[in-house]
Design a protein around this ligand. Structure first.
Ligand SMILES: [Zn+2]
Ligand SMILES: [Zn+2]
Length: 393
């Protein structure tokens, strides 16, 4: 049972007519350019001002229309898929929702299900529920029940004069629907007439629709072109943003370039030589741990026998940090351990650009771009208002 889901063509046409309507409303209403007339009136030579401004407005329209059409194309497939999924779900829910054992209120006979469909249980706010219609095979009375087993009670129409329940009769002519409300208690009577909806000539409409579609909806070739161009534009914009950020952090990036980035073997040499001056010897590197960062555990011996544990740890830490300062390596924050003159700790390397930015900015605090401060004394941003008051921009 597919009461809601329709052929894909239906959704495609629906989407395209929305696109057409939006395009017409937003971009091609050049007669509605009242603001242009206002602008044109400011010029002495109205003719050339009108030419110039209209040309300008046309261009803005064309550019806007180009992007709008492209964007509609981009979202088309996904939107149609969502619409169809929604209707498919409604159908599935309708099919899978059932009531059981509904009996006639008058003769207690098991009733037959005549129909079930979505019904607006409430209009404001809209609340839908599945309504089941049952009929009694024996006494022909009927019942209407919502999916939550609530009985549907049709609203009574009351007489505005005496509050008596009105008699409602419907009548249809070729071009009108006539409803008569008549009170049996007083003289109240009201006749409501509604013009019947006349279906327009669908074929002519569809031809016009196809014409409009050609003008306002991109076909697959144009659409794919738009999508690939806008992807290119997006990546260019990203590059540009990245360059701008780099420019802002120029000092940081220059510093990264300057940093010494020793290989593990060279690092060992560098530390070994530097630390020997302070009587730390036999530097040994363990197997490097390779994860997101490379970390290396090291051991080294204090050859100055009179030095205290506190001094040895302190001096070693300071010296390692001094040697590593202009490199991409750090002494890890778990610090230095000490046992019987053997000291150990861990080193870590920064390799990726974003990690190096973080490292350099942390280590050389003065390189970071300063937040722009707004100087409240800046006189050039204060203008005089119409009544002579100061307006700060
Ligand atoms: Zn019955
Ligand atoms: Zn009445």
């Amino acid at each position: 049972m597919s009461k809601n889901l329709k052929e894909k063509q239906y959704y495609e046409d629906l989407y395209d007519s929305e696109t057409i309507e939006d395009c017409k409303r937003m971009f091609c209403n050049s007669t509605d350019r009242k603001f242009l007339d206002k602008e044109i009136n400011k010029y002495k030579d109205k003719k050339s001002a009108s030419e110039m401004l209209n040309k300008w407005a046309d261009t803005v329209d064309k550019i806007g229309l180009y992007f709008f059409k492209g964007d509609r194309y981009r979202k088309r497939e996904e939107t149609i898929r969502e619409w169809m999924a929604k209707d498919r779900n409604r159908d599935q829910k309708l099919e899978n929702t059932n009531l059981e054992n509904i009996k006639c209120k008058y003769c207690n006979t098991l009733m037959d299900l005549i129909d079930k469909d979505y019904f607006p249980k409430n209009i404001e706010p809209l609340e839908e529920s599945i309504l089941f219609i049952y009929s009694c095979p024996k006494c022909k009375k009927s019942r209407a029940i919502f999916e939550n087993n609530e009985e549907y009670i049709p609203k009574k129409v009351l007489c505005p004069k005496c509050n008596n329940e009105l008699d409602v009769k419907g009548n249809a002519t070729e071009d009108k629907l006539i409803t008569t409300y008549k009170c049996n208690n007083c003289d109240y009577i009201n006749i409501d007439e509604i013009e019947r909806f006349k279906p327009e000539n669908k074929e002519i409409d569809y031809e016009q629709f196809l014409k409009n579609k050609k003008e306002y909806c991109l076909d697959d070739k144009e659409g794919m072109e738009y999508v690939s161009q806008s992807i290119r534009l997006e990546s260019l914009t990203k590059e540009f943003e990245k360059d701008k950020e780099k420019e802002k952090q120029k000092a940081t990036y220059d510093k990264i370039k300057e940093l010494n980035k020793p290989k593990i073997f060279d690092l060992q040499e560098l530390l070994s030589k530097g630390l020997e001056k302070y009587k730390f010897v036999k530097l040994n590197f363990k197997e490097p741990q390779i994860e997101k960062f490379i970390t290396i555990e090291f051991t080294i011996y204090d050859s100055e026998s009179s030095r205290s544990e506190y001094d040895a740890k302190n001096i070693l830490q300071k010296q390692i940090e001094a040697i590593l300062k202009e490199t991409n390596w750090i002494l890890m924050s778990d610090g230095i351990s000490y046992r019987l003159g053997m000291l150990s700790g861990r080193l870590k390397a920064y390799e990726r650009e974003e990690d190096l930015v973080e490292l350099v900015n942390k280590r050389f605090k003065d390189l970071k771009p300063k937040e722009e401060k707004i100087d409240s004394n800046r006189k050039d941003w204060v203008v005089k208002g119409a009544n002579g008051e100061d307006i700060t921009l």
